[in-house]
Design a protein around this ligand. Sequence first.
Ligand code: SF4
Ligand code: SF4
Ligand code: SF4
Length: 400
Amino acid sequence: MTNTNTGAGERLRPERRPRPARLMPVAQQRSLAGRYPLWVKGLSLLAFAWAFLGWLNEVWFYRFDNTLWLNRYTEYVIIVAFGLWRLAAEKNPYTRRRLTILVANVAVLWWLLPWAFPFIEPYVGYLSGLPVFPSLHTPGTLTFLLVLGAVFLFGRRVICGWNCPCVAIREVVGFPFRQADHLPRGKRAWRWRHLKWLWFALYLGAMVAMTRPANNVTAGYLGFFAMAVALPYFTTLLLSPWIGNRGYCRFLCPYGATFGLLNRVGMFRIDYDAVTCTKCGLCEKVCDMGIPVWTMGAARGKIDTTECMGCGRCVTECPAGSLAFRDVRNLPWPALRQDREHLRQRTDPGLAAPRRRAILYVLTLGAALAGGWHFSGLVGSGAELIDDLGVLCGLPISTW
Ligand code: SF4
Ligand code: SF4
Ligand code: SF4
């Protein structure tokens, strides 16, 4: 306490303390979940457990045959139900747009279409015993290549931002668990991201196994790989209160690792402007992937990491406008600055003429839809790709 003495006889009065600065500006509140009551978190955990049970019933218990509520589609039903709640609550216009497309993709491409037109195609763990619908062969291969090409051009956000059910359930159901203080952060947590390369190695092993004729060893390995992917996928949902809602994407997903590599060598990155950056740290707090955004930007002048799934939260919430996306669209339009104002659609109309924006939007969305179209999993597409290449090149490789 300090005193203000203005003259003899005047009472000493304590100096008025300045109000502590707000640690969390309003903009940050938009991208960081508020303090949710216990019952909301309980409901989210119940929904996670329900999705887990649906998967368990389909692959292990076999108790309920072909019901909507306890099979692989259960997860998608939950995403749509919670998605409506999230869309109503989301204040960030860019995130709301992204979530709308994400939930719509899951509803139509991952749930309704395969549910209405069930068919079987080869995917990992079920390769040897099931028939194939041959006409899916070429479309599967093409979409596989299209997805990889789209990731190279636009970044990992084509899948991880706009089109993956895993991220959808974590975004809409797991939202109450994404408070900054719940996320493992800092240097040690950042180092744990390398764990996913172990799963990536298993994935490569699965690709090799698929080039061999089906036998007990290859079928056993592929079954093991399927479990090594699916079990952590669901158990990390239940661990969300402790590891945040992106634990699987950050530390374990082999497909995220694949897309991340293309993210790194491709045309996507986030530009960082050191002159305007105030080092407020908001970008790091809103990043669910635990990326040290401005630290990396200050060191390299850009954020170009395998981890960035292009959600855009850091860009749209940076109060100084110091961050901006770049991708293939900057080749024909170098002046196109995909910054906070642009993503929120309050930018210079010269840069975002409606028609140009519509074309770019349709292109990006088309690539995302193509990814979702192949709803049985990229590993299945990989198998088809290997088959097709074997036939085209006359090589003795086949997944059958
Ligand atoms: S990291 Fe994996 S699980 Fe997460 S959004 Fe990307 S592809 Fe989906
Ligand atoms: S880039 Fe933006 S959000 Fe991040 S520290 Fe700088 S001013 Fe803050
Ligand atoms: S760095 Fe930005 S765009 Fe990338 S994942 Fe983090 S918040 Fe999203």
